[in-house]
Design a protein around this ligand. Sequence first.
Ligand code: 4NP
Length: 154
Amino acid sequence: MRDSRTRILFVCLGNICRSPLAEGVFRTLLREQGLEGEFQVDSAGTGSWHNGEPPHPGSVDVAGRHGIDISAQRSRQVRGSERGDFDWWVAMDRSNAQDLQHLGLPEEAVLLLLDFAGPGTPDDVPDPYYEGGFDRTFSLVQAGCQGLLDHLLQ
Ligand code: 4NP
């Protein structure tokens, strides 16, 4: 029988920019609140281009400026065979969520991170891989992670 921890997989496209930030921020929130033992957290990408690579230097930098070290993370691709391995798949944007559903992951368990970020935020975490803006991405991810944790603790 598995333990009772809530298992969360943060998902973006490449698993080098956004979802590594979400994993790092969420882990930090858990540590700050003494909740590390209650959750299992990981991140992955829907694509495989960056398998085995560390996060993007822009993400490592912005996380570091907020006291969060994500440099040891390595990119990996999410697979439909992980269906039983997580309780929640938390997508960074609607395209990621759609890709997860195409992999056969349960629709009701696929969440959008920014649905938890409060009023006035966009639906999708902007992807800084193409246009930069790592600071804005970080603050949206932070708001989403805080809201998601509050929701899961309700
Ligand atoms: P991420 O950003 O999904 O936030 O990790 C991207 C990283 C790499 C690529 C696209 C988005 N890529 O096409 O290689």
